[in-house]
Design a protein around this ligand. Structure first.
Ligand code: KG4
Ligand code: ZN
Length: 339
């Protein structure tokens, strides 16, 4: 545990974020999203992301310190997302964090981004303690973890192809919606009938905790190709049916895992956790099974630095100045989260 307030930095994808954290309290959290910058390209362009982080990171850190009413010298450590992510984007955060930690003679904490998503619910006001089962569903990852120890979650299952958010983004694109597609698809789906089209639920018949979304995406591709011009009503029905085929296995496997491992709570994380239909399914299933549900606010579900500050408290700090040779890593080490 870090004694006193510390700074956390996140730049692994298209959000430049900084937070000041003190134990379970978020003193300040600033997020500058680049999503609009990437909209014309239909996805995140790594080089554009890295350059934009470079221009924004210092401003975001200064804002987080100002919001907390603290100075850099008050920070007892610097935490940063080290892995996994876009290498150029990660490097901006890691280099910034190393420089600040070195200049202030503080330890550096190199955090796993996915551990960050798992730990988001540990922060106030949710303040969830293990044991629980965590579902992380974002644009890059879909993973189910059994959490007895926040330093070492054990992975129960993950996607074998596309991430859930990636499948939602690609489906949204097929239906003529912009990037990021998840929120736009959800909006369109609200006016549609989720039972209008039966998309396959991947790995549905198997006793597995893994996920697969490539088949659902291909099924939508064929429908759009075969039906040609879609009426607004049909588009909404397809959006609702497609969303249902993606969120149903997410909710079902999360709740099944909690029942199987007899834990009293489930937690959601990652951008897809902002999805209203997923939240509804998890809430209903959890109420039925008597489980507590931890659903962080939207800002804590999508990428942010507060969650990196939470995970930092379950990660070994590297003392000054041993971290100067530490590097960013584009992928997580084999075997999942390593601390
Ligand atoms: O965690 P996140 O901000 O970034 C990654 O680490 O990927 O997640 C972004 C993903 C995108 O695929 C986006 O479409 C999806 O989360 N997303 C949603 C919603 N809001 C964001 N998907 C479904 N419904 C939403 N409301
Ligand atoms: Zn993320």
């Amino acid at each position: 545990m870090i004694d006193g307030p510390f700074l956390a930095i996140e730049t692994s994808c298209d959000e430049t974020a900084a937070a000041v954290i003190d134990a379970r309290t978020v003193c300040a959290s600033v997020i500058a999203s680049q999503a609009q910058l990437h909209t014309p390209y239909g996805g995140v362009v790594p080089e554009v992301a890295a350059r934009h982080h470079l221009g924004t990171v210092n401003v975001v850190i200064a804002q987080a310190l100002a919001d907390a009413g603290l100075g850099l010298r008050d920070m007892q450590a610097i935490a940063v997302t080290q892995r996994p992510g876009l290498i150029g984007a990660l490097l901006v955060g890691v280099s910034t964090a190393k420089a600040l930690a070195y200049a202030t003679r503080r330890p550096l904490i190199c955090v796993d981004h996915l551990l960050g998503h798992v730990c988001a619910s540990w922060l106030e006001p949710i303040a969830l303690d293990p044991p629980f089962v965590s579902l992380i569903a974002s644009g890059g990852h879909t993973r189910l973890d059994l959490v007895y120890d926040l330093a070492r979650p054990s992975t129960l299952g993950q996607t074998i192809d596309d991430a859930a958010g990636e499948a939602l983004d690609k489906g949204a694109r097929l239906l003529g919606l912009g990037y990021p597609g998840g929120p736009a698809l959800e909006l369109l789906a609200r006016g549609g009938d989720a039972g209008a089209h039966r998309f396959p639920i991947a790995l549905g018949g198997k006793r597995t905790r893994d996920f697969s979304f490539a088949g659902v995406k291909t099924a939508l591709l064929y429908v759009v190709r075969d039906e040609g011009e879609l009426t607004p009503g049909r588009r909404a029905d397809l959006a609702a049916s497609y969303q249902e085929a993606i969120v149903t296995p997410l909710a079902a496997r999360l709740l099944d895992a909690a029942r199987e491992h007899r834990v009293p709570a489930v937690a959601l994380g990652g951008g897809v956790a902002a999805n209203g239909r997923l939240r509804e399914l998890v809430r209903a299933g959890a109420a039925h099974a008597g489980l507590r549900v931890a659903m962080p606010e939207r800002e804590l579900c999508t990428d942010n630095a507060a969650m990196i500050g939470a995970a930092a408290q379950f990660t070994e700090p590297v003392p000054w100045p041993d971290y100067l040779a530490m590097d960013a890593m584009p992928s997580a080490p084999p075997g999942g989260i390593a601390v």
